[in-house]
Structures are given as C-alpha cells and as structure tokens.
Design a protein around this ligand. Structure first.
Ligand code: BV8
Length: 248
C-alpha cells in the first residue's frame, strides 16, 4: 500500500537523487509561501501597491519616475518579512548543499530566507531586498544599517541616492549571476523546480536549458505550471511538506 509519502514522492525521484552527483534547484515565491511570504500571482491582492500591480511598481520605469514610492513598496515588503522565518523547505535545501558533489541553488526570491536557513551560496537572480545600491558609485549597504527616516537613503560613500538592490522588470540580471546559474543548469543531472509559476524570464529559461542538456526535471508545486509539461515528474504538493519527504 502506497503511503502518502511515497505517493507524493515517486520512487524514481528518490532513486535519481540518490544517484545524482550534480543537482540544480530553482526556487520561486512558492518555497517561501509556508513562511508566510505572499506569492506574486497567488491572488489575495498581496502583489498590488496603491492600485499598481507589482510588475508596475517593481519596474525600471518606476525607479526613474518615483524612487521614494519604490522605497515605500520595499519598506512595506521588508516590514512583512522581518518577522518571518525559513520553513522546512528552505531547511531541506540547506541540508542538501553538502549532500551532492555539486549542488546549486538559484532563487528568484529576494527575501533572503535561503541564506537565513543556512544555504551558504545562493544565486540570487533577482537580488536581495535587504541590500541597497548606490545609483552613482554602485556601493552596497545593508538597508537595516541606513537611516530609515531618509528615503531615498544617501550613499554612505558618495552621498548619492540609493535604490533597492533588486532586479526590477525591464532590468538586466546581476552580471555573472545568471551566467553561472545557466552553466550549472546545463551541467546538472537533476533539476528541481520548486514553487515558481515559471513565467518570468530569463530565470524560467533555466529548467528548459537543463532539459535540453539531458537533465531529469522534477517540479514541486500545488498547481500545474507553464513548465509542468516539460517535467519528467510533477509532484503536486507544498514545498514545506514534499521536500522533507524527498530528503528521507
Ligand atoms: C530582463 C524582484 C532583459 C522584484 C522580480 C518588456 C521589457 C523588458 C523585459 C520584458 C518585457 N516583457 C517581458 C520581459 C521580460 C520580463 C518578464 O519575464 N516578464 C514576464 C512577466 C512576461 N523579465 C524581465 O524584465 C527581467 N529582465 O528580461 O532583462 C531586458 C532588459 C531590458 C529590456 C529588455 C530585456 C527581470 C525579471 C525580474 C523581475 N523581478 N522580482 C520584486 O520582488 O518586487 S520577478 C518576480 O516574479 C519575483 O522575483 C518572483 O520570484 C518572480 C517569479 O514569480 P514566482 O516566484 O514564480 O512567483 P509566483 O507568485 O508567480 O508563483 C508562485 C508559485 O508557487 C505558483 O506556481 C504557486 O502555485 C506556487 N506555490 C504556492 N504555494 C506553494 C507553492 N509551491 C510550493 N509550495 C507552496 N506552499
């Protein structure tokens, strides 16, 4: 009789993971959902700011048009995040970093929860909401060490305005980060896609590249996604439940 654990985590996935020397994981907002972080497209209106959908307030154009408003949006997001903690999905992935000869975790999330869970090397494809970047000299600073009364904060080095060090819609990803993720995705034997609707590029192209190069694709998501048809196995469920079972 199949237990819930084995039914939700097909034996082939366990077998492939046991035998794998290189594993590539791409996570999205769904991996943080059980920590209480609202997803972007999960409804509930969390991804709207003063009537603007998140792809408008989180856009390059908005930084030019109204940087203080962009800071207000990210200050709000940090306010939500500061009481939240990693969940068992983050903890499982942190354990896996020493489990495989080559383990790569690339995330679209900006919440910092993978590092908080102990993952030492995280490819943060879309930046990090806890970091500010100077718009002139590009110096970076932890937002929590800046004057939170001053918006936009002034760069401690050159005094120019700073912005959130987050990749907004219409902006290129941090130099080198995407390229490293692509090289690891192309070389992996197992590619695990956790909690993403796979709609945002170029991040969503990473599993497609892994597949082209012969990787075994596994998706963990309560819903079917844009990538489900490409996956060898789609495990329907929540990351905080499924990943610890895969860990067994
Ligand atoms: C780029 C940071 C080159 C900000 C984010 C026009 C002009 C310019 C570019 C474009 C354009 N048209 C299209 C593009 C490309 C654009 C894009 O892909 N748009 C899409 C929407 C069509 N991409 C870009 O702009 C990228 N840059 O292309 O540069 C360029 C440059 C200039 C000119 C031309 C080209 C930059 C994209 C980065 C944007 N920044 N975040 C912020 O956080 O505010 S993206 C944002 O979406 C987040 O990072 C998020 O992670 C990401 C993807 O969303 P998901 O993580 O998948 O979250 P979502 O809510 O969608 O889904 C959650 C999933 O979890 C669901 O499937 C759900 O079922 C599941 N789930 C729920 N609960 C659980 C769960 N799963 C498991 N367990 C659970 N418990």
């Amino acid at each position: 009789m199949k237990t819930a654990a084995t039914r939700d985590t097909p034996e082939e996935v366990r077998t492939r993971l046991r035998a794998a020397r290189s594993v590539f994981v791409l996570t999205g907002a769904g991996v943080s959902a059980e920590s209480g972080v609202p997803t972007f497209r999960g409804g509930g209106g969390a991804a709207v700011w003063k009537g603007m959908p998140f792809y408008e307030i989180s856009s390059a154009g908005m930084v030019e048009r109204d940087l203080p408003e962009v800071w207000a949006w990210f200050d709000y997001r940090r306010g939500v995040l500061k009481t939240l903690r990693p969940n068992p999905a983050h903890a499982t992935l942190a354990r896996w970093q020493d489990r495989f000869a080559e383990f790569t975790l690339a995330t679209q999330n900006v919440d910092g929860l993978h590092r908080a869970a102990g993952t030492r090397e995280v490819l943060e494809l879309h930046g990090n909401v806890w970091i500010a970047r100077c718009m002139s000299c590009r110096a970076r600073a932890d937002v929590r060490e800046l004057n939170d009364e001053e918006r936009p904060p002034a760069c401690p080095d050159c005094g120019s305005p700073m912005r959130p060090d987050v990749v907004l819609f219409g902006e290129v990803l941090p130099a080198g980060v995407f390229e490293r993720a692509a090289a690891r995705a192309a070389a992996c034997e197992v590619c695990l896609i956790v909690g993403t609707s796979a709609l945002v590029y170029p991040a969503a192209g990473l599993p497609e590249l892994a597949k082209q190069m012969g990787a075994f694709l596994v998706e963990v998501n309560p819903e079917r996604t844009h990538l489900s048809a490409l996956c060898d196995v789609s495990i329907k469920g929540r990351a905080g439940e499924i990943l610890p079972r895969l860990d067994d």
